[in-house]
Design a protein around this ligand. Structure first.
Ligand code: XMP
Length: 174
């Protein structure tokens, strides 16, 4: 199933705590914050992160899909969210929470969608960034860890819908 553990459970916990501290500090005087969790992969990360957030935050979800069971992005990113979401985020401060910045196609699509919705501000929080040449360059405001180029599983990240429940991040066995 996996070759080796890349990010241990303890490293994940510490990383989440550091990110939560940065987010708490950034939004400490705001009460207009909406966190948009990108499904499915960011669910586990977001749950742990939000449990350490001590500023008022409203939680929303946006489903993004492009991988369809392979280990390469198809490039065609589909977004699905509640119809009311567009109106709800107008004039608000958005924090996009995602699991991994790989090609950058997903986050680019999400960010463009949020901009169309006329949010007041948009920041990104991403657990992992692959150290590769990204097809799309994105500024990540709150970044957890940089990792090597490999297809990873665990802590919400899946291969064909499996391995999300692993309590660490590991490299998928070929
Ligand atoms: P992109 O390439 O658009 O990737 O930046 C964003 C989404 O693709 C999924 N992804 C992965 N999922 N292992 C996974 O299980 C990986 O190594 C991987 N790389 C990308 C993920 O859902 C992410 O949000």
């Amino acid at each position: 199933m996996y070759d080796r553990i890349l990010v241990s459970t303890e490293q994940l916990k510490n990383t989440v705590t550091v990110l939560a501290e940065q987010i708490n500090e950034t939004y400490r005087n705001d009460d207009n914050l909406i966190a948009i969790v990108i499904l499915e992969g960011a669910k586990y990360f977001a749950q742990d992160l939000l449990s350490e957030i001590n500023v008022p935050v409203k939680l929303e979800y946006l489903k993004a899909s492009s991988y369809y069971g392979s280990t390469c992005s198809t490039g065609d990113v589909k977004l699905e969210g509640p119809d009311e979401l567009k109106a709800a985020i107008r004039g608000k401060q958005l924090l996009i929470i995602d699991d991994i910045y790989d090609t950058g196609l997903t986050l680019t699509r999400v960010l463009n969608w949020c901009k169309e919705c006329k949010a007041e501000s948009i920041k990104t929080c991403v657990l992992l960034e692959k150290e590769i040449h990204h097809q799309k360059q994105i500024n990540i405001d709150f970044l957890g860890l940089k990792i090597e180029e490999a297809f990873v599983i665990g802590y919400g990240l899946d291969f064909e819908g499996r391995y999300r429940e692993l309590p660490f991040v590991a490299v998928l066995k070929e």
